[in-house]
Design a protein around this ligand. Structure first.
Ligand code: ATP
Length: 343
């Protein structure tokens, strides 16, 4: 079932938390609401859940306008950052809770809970209390508890926010697989772009209560719509250029041409060009000439890439370049060396 928030505005007193926001989540997809703190992600999720009434706009489930329906009538599963499991109930009882409230017959409750516990591979924890589970296990239980009554929609608010990096990474992977198996239309809130890109089918970038961009992770990463998105996604070199005949030339002398994304130019042709670290390379020789000199300031082997930070003294700029580990080994890079940076 698709979810649409259409022209939603939400104010708290004079403060506008959501400003005419339209977001669509196609049936069966997993959409991430991504944005900095205070951008309105949680408020939007709560409006969709029926926990907050919008001042303007509508919420549609498929084609049904459910804006005035209570949270109860929306048949939505909700998972919060803090597990919110009942401490005095066993794992089994926690997952069964929503089913018993809905008066499912006890044999069906047992079958459903068993099936879900198997799905998250926690069957053997059925009799334990939440205090005896790890953070990651608690969050998996919170998720199946939300899914137990077969909601049409699943909403997750920073579901992995309270967990350490390793468990977070495992759960992301797991959420993706889980979603692929069940296809419940899901929206999840995160301020972590890596998490959004890794898990979601579509990403909605929010800022100050407005949608800055919406698209697939690849779209948003490769074609950021504006300076905010570019900056928020981080890890980008912002370099002053002059635009001459449609070419972006670095610095006053304009000796290096950059294939960077242009974001308009002032009347005198000056603007900032954005180029990602993986779009640049390092070389030992000035092959072809279109390159600049950089002194290596810092080298950070970060798993699948090696992050190199350089000072381009001629331009007074710090530049970040990502190279592959193979390239790093071939070039034998060391701090303080002068190398060529090539676009
Ligand atoms: P975070 O990542 O920090 O949770 P968020 O993007 O989820 O941020 P929201 O929680 O939606 O942001 O809040 C958006 C803005 O609305 C914030 O400035 C917040 O202070 C304000 N706000 C949210 N709820 C209320 C409320 N009940 N009363 C007054 N202001 C509120």
């Amino acid at each position: 079932m698709s979810i649409t928030a259409q022209n939603v505005t939400k104010r708290f007193g004079a403060f506008v938390a959501l400003d005419n926001v339209t977001v669509e989540c196609p049936a069966g997809e997993l959409v991430a609401l991504l944005g900095p703190s205070g951008s309105g992600k949680t408020t939007l999720l709560r409006v969709i859940a029926g926990l907050e009434a919008p001042d303007n706009g509508t919420v549609l489930f498929r084609d049904d306008d459910i804006t005035r329906h209570s949270a109860r009538d929306r048949n939505v599963g909700f998972v919060f950052q803090h597990y919110a499991l009942f401490r005095h109930m066993t794992v089994f009882e926690n997952v069964a809770f929503g089913l018993r409230v809905r008066k499912w017959p006890e044999n069906k409750v047992r079958d459903r809970v068993k099936e879900l516990l198997q799905l998250v591979r926690l069957e053997e924890k059925a009799g334990l209390y939440p205090a005896n589970l790890s953070g990651g296990q608690k969050q998996r239980i919170a998720l199946i508890r939300a899914l137990a009554p077969e909601p049409k929609v699943l909403l997750l608010d920073e579901p992995f926010g309270a967990l350490d990096a390793k468990v977070r990474a495992e759960l992301r992977d797991w959420l993706r697989r889980f979603h692929d198996a069940l296809h419940v239309t899901s929206i999840f809130v995160t301020h972590d772009q890596e998490e959004a890109f890794e898990v979601a089918d579509r990403v909605v970038v929010l800022n100050k209560g407005r949608v800055e961009q919406e698209g697939t992770p690849i779209d948003v990463f490769e074609r950021p719509a504006n300076e905010f998105v570019m900056d928020f996604l981080g890890n980008v070199n912002k370099l002053p250029v002059r635009v001459v005949g449609g070419r972006a030339l670095l610095g006053e002398t304009g000796s290096v041409e950059l294939p960077a994304k242009m974001l308009g130019a002032n009347a005198d042709g000056r603007t900032d060009a954005y180029i990602r670290p993986h779009e640049l390379d390092i070389a030992r020789t000035a092959d072809g000439g279109n390159c600049l000199l950089g002194k290596i300031v810092h080298i950070n082997p970060a798993g699948s890439v090696v992050k190199v930070r350089l000072l381009a003294e001629d331009f007074g700029l710090m530049i970040n370049v990502d190279v592959t580990p193979e390239r790093y080994r071939t070039l034998v890079l060391r701090p303080n060396e002068i190398v060529y940076v090539t676009p």
